[in-house]
Design a protein around this ligand. Sequence first.
Ligand code: MG
Length: 305
Amino acid sequence: MMQRRDFFRRTGAAAMVGAGLSGSFVSQALAAPGEISLPKGDAKLQLSSQLGVIPGKSLEEKLAKMKAWGFDAVELPGDVVGKVDVYRKAAADAGLKISTVCWGSAGGALVSDDPERRKSGIAQLKETLTAAGELGSTGVIYVPAFNGQTPLTNQEIRKVLLDIMPEIGEHAVNVKSRVLFEPLNRGEAYFLRQVADAAAICRDVNSPGICLMGDFYHMYIEEPSDFAAFVAGGPWLHHVHLASRRRVLPGQDERSFIDGFRGLKWVGYQDYCSFECGCDGDRDVEIPKSMAFLRDQWGKADLPG
Ligand code: MG
């Protein structure tokens, strides 16, 4: 007797095509789940920060301070197109790497209901990827849409992304960069809230140029397990944002990083963890304290077994 599951395997794809759904939807529906790998265990904690929270009157002053405090890298804002030489020289002079470029959503242009806006958004993202590749960063942080930026439904946004991302991914690979999908909490974006959801999109697009990141602030709201989120995202994970529950410096409230750091160790994370947060109190005192807190949390994040 034919099992019900076999019946769906044999007829599911044809039935969905018959119902007028696209080929990419069919391949998503039939994609196999990944298997949890064994822990890799060679991860490292490399600290980075956005510029906003760092004290200093100029880019150079901020970078010099970061180097003196022991940061490994700086995360740049999204305005890198046309400024590659300036940023590259400033980071090199300070002895810092460039972790990522924090680009955002371009007003939701890539998943707009207007084809012309989509085209313009894709062109802007490609230009930013080219600059990010020249800067030697791990990729460009991308949010499909903040709440209210597109009238499309969640299902429609996902479909658009699967349509446009293969070509963007190819461009990213050619310029030695990556798109990094950033899941946000529901207060900021109903589309894409969990790291595993971004991972499923990356899996379905299946391009080395389309990857993801995790942000401890959003994860506190949306993830039942930091560890599980990073394990699910592991094959595509190339950046992490650091902030406490109240979005101030790690260590300034009760937010623990141990479970998430255990996940980063499990997947053998090799990229940067970067401050994206405010600060309670004197930044010259509190930032080095927060870095020491994070190194302590990293040390406490033992792998099981
Ligand atoms: Mg973030």
